[in-house]
Write a protein that binds this ligand. Structure first.
Ligand code: GUN
Length: 302
């Protein structure tokens, strides 16, 4: 039976640590979330971010726009948040109504407040392996969860399935960085990958981030491999007390006795992503305080 990588428990511990650090700060860190449209999954993610922020003393400002809002209006709002000294971190909830717009909007966030790590400066730093940029929250959460359970990445073969800009691609960049705690050999697999099974069967660690229920099955996995499930697939529930049921990109029951370790869905990578967002927001706040003269700043905002 695999070790269950309990992201919910690890995230809770990290959030407690962040809360005690925030209690020592002279200011209340504040995160702005820009939300365009009404994607139901995004609404749930935002609610979870809001609850986590509130529980640890991070202030949250939700800036909502209807889906037909012109790009210039969104850019102007981000411009205002960029120069607002009471705001320490800014994220734009993905997906936006179109991908072209998404890239422009992500790029308009000041790198100092880019706590999701999606702007070009943050991505360039990740590509170069410099450690002073913000790392996207899900890749950082996966790395942190593996480290917490003592799962070594050095020299290991990691198969990442999914090349999306939020998880797969930045994760492949992070894990392959030249560093004693990383140094993995990463194969980034995607929809055009030929003979995927031959690749995953070689992997020591498999990460799936494609949004397809139960995509990874036991015949694709080497015995003893570590399985990390990033999928959140919602289906309406038969249980009248619940609106929907969540499934991962892996068939947990099928995999749990062939893997050495596995993340559950829910309660695996999801809570880690939120904890890392809070961690990045704290880091952004501390950096901005240092730059602005630290304790000499006189702020009373919440
Ligand atoms: N949509 C799904 N995951 C994420 C995330 O980590 N950040 C943002 N901004 N949008 C998302």
């Amino acid at each position: 039976m695999a070790v269950i990588l309990d992201g919910a428990a690890v995230a809770k511990k990290i959030l407690q640590k962040i809360a005690s650090e925030i209690a020592q700060l002279k200011i209340t860190p504040k995160l702005a979330i820009v939300f365009v449209g009404n994607d139901p999954a995004s609404e749930i993610y935002i609610k979870n971010k809001l609850l986590a922020a509130k529980s640890i003393g991070i202030g949250l400002e939700l800036v909502k726009f209807p889906s037909e809002t012109p790009l210039e209006v969104i850019l102007q709002s981000i411009g205002t948040l960029n120069v607002d000294r009471s705001i320490n971190g800014i994220i734009v909830q993905s997906p936006l109504p179109d991908e072209f717009m998404q890239n422009i909007v992500f790029n308009s966030i000041s790198p100092e407040k880019d706590v999701d790590g999606f702007c070009s400066v943050s991505i360039a730093k990740l590509v170069r392996g410099s450690r002073d940029g913000f790392i996207p929250c899900t890749p950082l959460g996966i790395y942190t969860l593996l480290r917490e359970y003592g799962i070594n990445l050095f020299g290991k073969h990691v198969a990442v399935i999914g090349r999306g800009n939020i998880v797969g691609r930045p994760l492949s960049l992070l894990l392959s960085q030249k560093s004693p705690d990383l140094n993995a050999t990463v194969t980034l697999c995607h929809s055009a990958t030929e003979n995927l099974k031959a690749i995953t069967q070689l992997a020591d660690i498999i990460v799936v981030a494609i949004g397809r229920k139960f995509f990874l099955r036991r015949d694709m996995v080497k015995p003893g491999a570590v399985a990390i499930d990033v999928g959140i697939n919602r289906e309406s529930s038969d249980d009248p007390s619940k609106k929907y049921k969540i499934f991962g990109d892996m068939d947990f029951e099928d995999l749990k006795d062939i893997c050495s370790a596995i993340t559950p869905v829910p309660g695996g990578v999801g809570p880690m992503t939120i904890a890392m967002l809070m961690q990045n927001t704290l880091e952004a706040t501390k950096m901005q305080m240092t730059k602005a003269g630290g304790a000499n700043r006189n702020r009373t905002d919440g």
